[in-house]
Design a protein around this ligand. Sequence first.
Ligand code: FAD
Ligand code: NAD
Length: 437
Amino acid sequence: MTTHDVVVIGSGPGGYVAAIRAAQLGLKVALVERYATLGGTCLNVGCIPSKALLDSSERFFEAGHRFADHGIRVAGLELDWPRMQQRKAEVVAAVTRGVALLMKGNKVDVLHGTGRIVGPGRVEVAAADGTLTPLEAPNIVVATGSKPSTLPGVAIDRQRVMASTEALSLPEVPRRMAVIGGGAIGLEIASIYARLGTSITVLEYLDTLLPTMDRDCSRELHRVLRRDLKIDARVSHRVTGVEVTDTGVVVHARDRADAEVAVEADLCLVAVGRRPYTEGLGLESVGIAIDRRGFVPVDADLRTPAAGVWAIGDVVGGLMLAHKAEEEGIAVAERIAGQAPRIDPRLVPSVVYTWPEVASVGSTEEALVRDGVTFKVGRSFYRASGRARAGGEVDGIVKILAHTESDEILGVHITGPRAADLVGEAVVAMTFHATAE
Ligand code: FAD
Ligand code: NAD
């Protein structure tokens, strides 16, 4: 006797979207979530709260630093940090409530508790009060997401040494903050606090900020973060440890010349990536072994090696992005319903919501060189645009990489105002194999 057609474990962007799509296709769906609210990392402690604080802090910074240039004088500008935090919490509450309503509207059974696979087609849900609910379904979708990683020798105490979750809910704006890792989380959170007056030092191991993005775009962002927000971002710095003192932290690193560097701060954000979350999930009960880096192995259709078990989102690796998890959730639901969807990983855009934003889709120059693809590069600068000058937003670059012979667009990389909005156009163009012309 089955209880459902599909049991989805984890209600982040991967899981809740898979549940909705499966329900829309006529399947009986259960969604299991260990936390009290739905929406996973993204809605509760990730994308949405960080974007709420990015938007609020940018408005504060503009009022203090940019309005005057437009002939707008602001007297008595003050930061109301508790209100900024409260607004963030209201945004999170609204979107997570929205997901709960979507589940109700689509007749998805939501079970709050920890889901554990106990054998082929069987999941047990342990509620906080210890109640166990058995579920049976021919299809199980693992969408358990990820958790913050740390470095050897760096213990996250959540007080002075913290991951993004705590850094997005600080009781007050710190005077000095050290950020380990110049990736998306590091630079977004550094931007929030720098705009509010915190003195920030970022230590990045590789020789560029945002190492997975286009180098010219990263360099442009680095320049603006230094000039406008006074962020001291040091690349080629390998953090080796963090010392907690009576008053704060000292972050120890080795620079390019292998010399010891010590950075003092009130607190330190560890933003060195995230790791897949599979603890207590019972994968072994169906014979699934996680790979060397902890990811659940899947084939191109997102099937795990166990029959009837699928996996999506951060827990399977690739780009750890909400829209990638959503797309995979839809694809798995459609496959379970007998359809043949296809995801082209080349067309998943990435955006870092600093100001200016950095957005990209497709290959970088480095990847094309590595793959032996011949290409040409078109560059354009925001400062050459009258529209950009009218807005007082002249920092930024747009780069289009196209195949030398066919002229097909292979990659689009943008640092600039509203890059996030622009990159969608590039995705559409590339989906239709547009040429650069
Ligand atoms: P998750 O969102 O991690 O959800 C997994 C869910 O599964 C969680 O709710 C967890 O409680 C639950 N779970 C785990 N194990 C069990 C179990 N055994 N039983 C029941 N439930 C379980 N991405 C973007 O695209 N854009 C952004 O702007 C962006 N900003 C981010 C900012 C921050 C600070 C962070 C941390 C991440 C950000 N991301 C962003 C990444 C994005 O949050 C993730 O890629 C996305 O949440 C992955 O979705 P998921 O469904 O795979 O997993
Ligand atoms: P990340 O992988 O983007 O960046 C981590 C950075 O830490 C890298 O640049 C890495 O070189 C550096 N690093 C590693 N070890 C180091 C050391 N010893 N010393 C100094 N630097 C070191 O990871 P993240 O910023 O933690 O983000 C986690 C995930 O969440 C990413 O996959 C990211 O895509 C996603 N995310 C996305 C967004 C967005 O889409 N806007 C925002 C936040 C997070």
